[in-house]
Design a protein around this ligand. Structure first.
Ligand code: FAD
Length: 395
């Protein structure tokens, strides 16, 4: 048994659905494969999304998938002091706390409305290669294995992506550039409903801890640890339990769900296209390395890849050269910012708790108006010049 499509998208996360929708809307015959039994489930996300990103990816805010709205973010130093940022000043995870399971389904529905055929419980198990081109996907649905012939494959298969590797694209990430995350959906806590919280320092070595309120007395409480800082299996749970225990407003709560997962927080990778193939979202390591938030960049890149796929089908040209229009587009949009944020993350995660305390104190004193690293460093230079010597290159 085999199927014939113009475009085969692997993975029905936000990046895949945006790619499928835009390829289908551009006139291509599109199929999207999803290995899970239900799109968006289980949730592996803190569910933070900023409001400008929603506009950028062309969505209309909808109560169906918005659980809660916050006014801003609080950045906590290890000593408990904090800096308060308005929603516009904070990063790409602050504004809405969404219902990721519903959000993902809504994006998939948009893809279906544009003409995409979705196959759930269907795993890609390899790519089909011929004459130096990727020509489709080998897929499995229960015990049936079959070929999906496609002129273009879009790998949107998330952090654990295999499509890129099968196609020979290097998507490997160093352990220091991967956060191993654990999150509790907690009920019965006294969290401020107006602010998403980010906690820096040794509470989460190499990463950070977060509290994203989902309404009164409920929040996603989680952390990401850099994998090279993990000494023993179970460290993410030990650190998260300790974080909860150390905060009176959290320790009275009860988790109703545990969510584990990983995110890449690396610099942009070298290559995301080849003959007959494009990678998008986490599969292309497009997560913001500073926040670990990947919904926005995944959707933006998905949209671009879908548009380029439709153009390629019209032009009957599936070469890496033609598909590099996608690579140029996403790099023009967010590569520089991702690279800067990666460098900033590299520096910030090396700081001691004492230095972080000083940093937060300095910034709260001078009321920096943006969280951009450059503004942050100028502020610190005023008060603790000795702290910024190693950041001179940014200044
Ligand atoms: P995914 O959403 O991972 O989708 C990939 C899809 O591909 C999955 O449905 C998977 O089942 C499917 N798939 C995989 N392999 C195959 C295969 N072989 N065949 C068929 N289907 C396959 N980002 C934010 O913006 N805000 C946050 O608050 C946030 N918090 C996070 C908290 C945690 C604990 C974690 C782990 C991540 C968090 N992220 C957050 C990151 C965010 O979840 C991802 O960046 C986002 O989901 C990327 O979308 P995607 O479509 O690229 O991949």
């Amino acid at each position: 048994m085999s199927y014939d499509y113009d475009v085969a998208v692997v993975g029905a996360g936000p990046a895949g659905s945006m790619a499928a929708k835009n390829a289908a809307a551009g006139g291509a015959k599109v199929v999207m494969l999803e290995k899970r039994a239900e799109i968006g489930v289980p949730i592996r996300c803190g569910e933070g999304l900023d409001k400008r990103s929603v506009v950028k990816i062309g969505l209309t805010p909808n109560k169906k998938w918005i659980a809660h709205e916050v006014k801003g973010a609080r950045i906590f130093a290890p000593d408990g002091s904090h800096l308060e940022l308005t929603e516009e000043m904070a990063g790409n995870e602050v504004g809405y706390i969404i219902k990721r399971d519903i959000f993902d389904k809504e994006l998939a529905k948009d893809a279906i409305r544009a003409g995409t055929n979705i196959m759930i419980k269907t795993s890609a198990i390899d790519v089909i290669k011929k004459d130096g081109y990727i020509k489709g996907i080998k897929a499995r649905h229960f015990n049936k294995v079959f070929d999906i012939n496609a002129k273009i494959v879009i790998g949107a298969d998330g952090f654990e992506s295999q499509v890129g590797r099968w196609a020979g694209i290097d998507t490997k990430v160093k352990p220091k550039d991967v956060y191993s995350c654990l999150q509790y959906d907690m009920i019965g806590i006294d969290v401020s409903p107006d602010f998403s919280e980010f906690h820096l320092g040794t509470c989460a070595p190499g990463g950070y801890a977060w509290v994203f309120p989902k309404g009164e007395h409920r929040a996603n409480v989680g952390l990401g640890l850099a994998v090279n800082k993990i000494k023993e299996k179970g460290d993410p749970k030990r650190y998260l339990d300790r974080f909860v225990e150390n905060h009176d407003y959290l320790k009275k709560g009860t988790p109703i769900a545990h969510i584990a997962g990983a995110v890449s927080v690396c610099a942009p990778i070298e290559k995301t296209v080849d003959n007959g193939i494009m990678l998008v979202g986490d599969a292309a390591r497009q997560i913001d390395p500073m926040t670990g938030g990947g919904i926005t960049n995944g959707c933006v890149a998905g949209q671009m890849a879908g548009e380029v796929a439709a153009e390629a089908v019209k032009a009957k040209n599936y070469s890496a050269e033609f598909l590099s229009r996608y690579e140029k587009a996403w790099r023009a949009d967010f590569e520089d910012k991702s690279y800067m944020n990666w460098m900033a993350k590299e520096k910030l995660t090396q700081l001691t708790d004492d230095t972080l305390n000083k940093l937060i104190h300095a910034i709260s004193d001078v009321k920096v108006e943006k969280i951009r690293i450059i503004d942050l460093l100028h502020a610190v230079r005023e008060k603790y010049p000795e702290l910024v010597k190693e950041f001179e290159e940014f200044l």
